[in-house]
Design a protein around this ligand. Structure first.
Ligand SMILES: [Zn+2]
Length: 218
């Protein structure tokens, strides 16, 4: 089972790891590098990023994007950092993990047109904006569903998750060193998803693995 987005590996056979700072990834893990929008005031070392992408053809780009969760306005610096990393992802034809808390429409508008040099996008923690699903599909985008699905009050989130095409769904824990002890497993998320989508769990797990492979395919 693939955990399609985490920062710390644990408990699954494959992790899509964004900027892991601890524990070396296992053989099946796929790593993504990039400057998170929350850290965009730090230096963006494009020379180092380019060198690392050039040295490792399996490396993806992420998590990168825009954010309105911490501050209401998106700073010019945040946009600039996002745009510069998208240029690199296009240059190296790498899959991209996107962050767009409370501003998914703006994230999509900020993508280069056409975005076809970037093979695929992972809309990690995507919520609220079901009107964007056709654009996400057109971009070869995938939506990774997280532990919020297990929240009894997640009525709107469940409604959104029902609308995502089944071949575009992934599951994620968003595990970090801070939340590692408390975070549910992606199998818990998949089990809930199987009820929600009325698909038997074994069939859903096979589909999710095929989707994870398709996201990486170039
Ligand atoms: Zn994350």
């Amino acid at each position: 089972m693939t955990d399609a987005h985490c920062h710390l590996p644990g408990g699954e056979t494959r992790h899509f790891l964004c900027d892991p700072c601890e524990s070396a990834p296992g053989v099946q893990d796929v790593r993504f590098i990039g400057l998170h929008p929350w850290l965009c005031d730090r230096e963006l070392d494009l020379v180092d990023l380019r060198a690392r992408l050039a040295a490792d053809p399996a490396l993806g780009v992420g998590e990168i994007g825009l954010d309105r969760l911490k501050e209401r306005t998106i700073s010019p610096r945040m946009r600039e950092v996002f745009a510069a990393q998208l240029v690199l992802a296009a240059e190296f034809r790498r899959p991209v993990v996107l962050h767009g808390a409370k501003c998914w429409g703006e994230v999509i508008r900020a993508l280069p047109q056409p975005s076809s040099l970037i093979p695929s996008f992972l809309f990690h923690g995507f919520s609220r904006s079901d009107g964007l699903l056709p654009e996400i599909v057109a971009l070869n985008g995938y939506v990774s569903v997280g532990p919020s699905l297990l929240n009894d009050h997640a009525v709107n989130y469940c409604a959104l998750v029902r609308k995502v095409p089944i071949d575009r769904l992934l599951v994620e824990s968003d595990r970090t060193s801070e939340n590692a002890a408390a975070v549910p497993s992606v199998m818990d998320v998949a089990t809930r998803l199987s009820t929600l989508r009325e698909v038997p769990l074994d069939r859903l797990v096979t589909q999710l693995e095929a989707n994870a492979d398709a996201f990486l395919a170039r």
